[in-house]
Design a protein around this ligand. Sequence first.
Ligand code: GLN
Length: 551
Amino acid sequence: MPKFVFVTGGVVSSLGKGIAAASIGALLESRGLKVTIIKMDPYLNVDPGTMSPFQHGEVFVTEDGAETDLDLGHYERFLEARMRKVNNFTTGQIYDSVLRKERRGEYLGKTVQVIPHITNEIQDFILRGARAGSPDEVDVAIVEVGGTVGDIESLPFLEAIRQLSLRQGRGSSCFIHLTLVPFIPSAGELKTKPTQHSVQKLREIGVSPHLLLCRADRPIPEDERDKISLFSNVPPEAVISVADVDSIYRIPRMLWEQAVDQQIFDALALAPRPPANLAVWDDLVDRLEHPKAVVRIAMVGKYVDLTESYKSLTEALVHAALHTRSRVQIDYIDSEELEAHGTEMLAPYQGILVPGGFGKRGVEGKILAIRYAREHRVPYLGICLGLQLAVIEFARHVAGLGQANSTEFFPSCAEPVIALITEWTSSDGSLQSRSQQSDLGGTMRLGAQRCPVGPGTRAHAIYGAEVHERHRHRYEVNNLFKARLAQAGLVISSETPTEALVEMVELPPSVHPWFMAVQFHPEFTSTPRQGHPLFISYVQAALARPVGTSA
Ligand code: GLN
């Protein structure tokens, strides 16, 4: 049976539970254990796919096509293990599953209740996430409980993990609680009371933490840790000081220095293993501290999206910088500002990037930025919507398709170079059927797909003969316009094997130093250890461009 590390959070949200869980996972993995991480989200949405990125941050996509919480991105960046659909579930999914069983009569007429039916279902989902009983079964499953202890929403999760640890028996589970120790400037002191209260709240529901990870803006001195220990009934060495750091890659070492991995080994009665290997994290921190050049990238998007929504993307650029011994400075440019004030503000940048996105707002500003990048020979990377808009820009200004647009923004446009597959059925390129998509959760091209890459292209130099990347979009380049675009000089460097859907486009080196756009999301497969070949190539091209050039 797998063993479990449960990670809960207290006092406030946004303490970095996901990064903490991922760092713990990295330490355990480096000691030779087979590890996975499961995230339980307390909201009722079935998945975050339909939630506003402004509210929820990025939607991370797994290889098997699940739209998940962005914490799964942290897990994949810190661990060698890959996440799947089963690594993230929500209260909505639990209820959905229980209600379906109820309708099928599987509860044999019993009253269906939160305890035991919902809590049992949660336990089954956790065991499924740990691949229990399958050949893929892990040694340790880290389970991150979304929300904060004391929330009504998280209560069934907490009850379920308490029951699961009881069921699995002594030595099966290690509870780690992440809290805040705020510094109060007027008192000049770190305050431990919120942590004391949060641990009490946890113990009220029958969970006694083995370790406390105490977040603070500075290292927590021994006397404060002793106080927390005394009031929380946790040994002093298990009160871990997690001070603010400038890089998340420092956290594995910080936890290791306080023997977090060994304390988990002890709590779980795990057989001894070789010590943790921190070389990869030390190397990353060293690269971060000693860049040889700075590269400025303009990321052009909708104002409201330009915050937490591009976590994986900013990370992928940071990884590429680490692997080119540079530091990347990303400036977020509101595309509506570009529409209002023109493209001069793009002059200082060595690279322009248009990321994925949905909806009409700000689209014309992004097209302006792409035109600027193409005409001024600024390295350009387009991702998903960034490909679709690059194709529209090229169609309008190079291929002579002045009306080119996407049916996402202009359903009746005359030249729908981007459209739903169901819309491009007629031979002259005009639309015949406009099927209404009502189930927004179920109509996407999602997950990873293998596609051949055309020889002689830049894409081939980067990826080799095959690309295997993850998708999350509804619209596609309209196959009916492909010949026209290719004639005008757009290189379609990769297509899907069966339906010939466009995967990648580029401009030849004779026309532009580096112009590439991809229909998939390469940022989801970038890791700090390896970086990602497409982002590395892009950052290299940007580094090669002198700062402040305008041609
Ligand atoms: N809105 C576009 C589509 O649905 C692009 C999506 C994206 O960038 N992820 O196809």
